[in-house]
Design a protein around this ligand. Sequence first.
Ligand SMILES: Nc1ncnc2c1ncn2[C@@H]1O[C@H](COP(=O)(O)OP(=O)(O)O)[C@@H](O)[C@H]1O
Ligand SMILES: Cc1ncc(C[n+]2csc(CCOP(=O)(O)OP(=O)(O)O)c2C)c(N)n1
Ligand SMILES: [Mg+2]
Length: 344
Amino acid sequence: MHGRVIRVGDMGEFALIDRLQRFLQAPSGSQVVKSIGDDCAVLQPSPESELILTTDSQEEGVHYRLDWCAPEDIGWRCLAINVSDIAAMAGWPLGAVVALSLPPELDVAFVDGLYTGMQELARDMACPIIGGNMTKTTGRVSVTITVLGEVPKGQAIYRSGARPGDEIWVTGTLGGAKAGLEALLQPDAVAGLPASHALMCYRRPQPRLHEAQFLRQRATLHSLLDLSDGLSGDLRHICQASGVGAQIEADAVPIHDETRRIAHALQADPLSFALHGGEDFELCFTAPPTQIDPIRGDFDQQFHRSLVRVGTIRKGKEVTLKQPDGSETVLPARGYDHFRPAEG
Ligand SMILES: Nc1ncnc2c1ncn2[C@@H]1O[C@H](COP(=O)(O)OP(=O)(O)O)[C@@H](O)[C@H]1O
Ligand SMILES: Cc1ncc(C[n+]2csc(CCOP(=O)(O)OP(=O)(O)O)c2C)c(N)n1
Ligand SMILES: [Mg+2]
């Protein structure tokens, strides 16, 4: 009747759940006592740890578009941004539950793709998917994931611990996801330019889970978060939670060459992509001077990406941007806000 397309509405809720089980076979990890198939999943955290819990939604049209991303990318992304929050506490995940809202006319092959991508990341991050929920929607696809994690007692790293004199560090490069997003929004303007790095940043963000473990074990960090809204907005979260100010050095902010070229092709400022773009999901942390320099080489070698010092925590509450010529201006918090119109 519908050719080869099987729609969610034709298959029905329970057949679809049964179908998903094959993506979620035998979650490994001794912490999973009971997985998909009962009223709750059961997890066994270790006695020396604290539990950490996070949830985030990814909405069609707000976080991804079905014509921009393969279903596998969307599945990856939905889980990645949640695991990234666990990394942002320097913990590790125990398991995830996935709440789907699906329009009945959606092709079941999309759901298969979603779970294939999600499982790829779940394996990489040892974060078993142990259940979820499914509902019809009269709107668009929505995926809400909740991840339970753990961290050794007393060792979670909060946004609130930054102190004047701390160095501010980030992992990797910033602005890539914004460059990818803009390349998808304005394909003609970037035609012919390499964009594979930028598109990967946008479609397949990498939670810096192992990186955060390394940092917690090898150095004293005072504060830590993941960069979801953009450095300008997220650093302000650290500053407000810690009651401090900060200075960012414009020429220290790490930006990938591809991001620079895409920004230039769009007559945009690459630094603005890096500061305000959001969705890079790199780590931003503060640490007392001398903590990070000795471990930078090992970090580079282990993760093939750099730790870059981008500024300093100061007294007060202002967040400023220092230009290479020494001039200093207040850095506006133009990070992403769901309910405020986007700026340049
Ligand atoms: N609807 C809500 N009800 C209660 N708490 C919320 C709600 N939305 C966000 N929060 C809380 O606000 C804080 C910041 O949220 P958010 O900016 O989404 O963080 P993140 O970038 O880590 O996802 C978190 O502690 C989160 O749990
Ligand atoms: C179609 C589309 N338009 C715009 C964006 C850009 N965008 C959407 S949400 C967001 C910020 C991060 O998302 P949020 O839900 O606030 O994550 P959280 O801070 O809660 O982790 C950005 C930059 C996008 N990813 N996709
Ligand atoms: Mg959130």
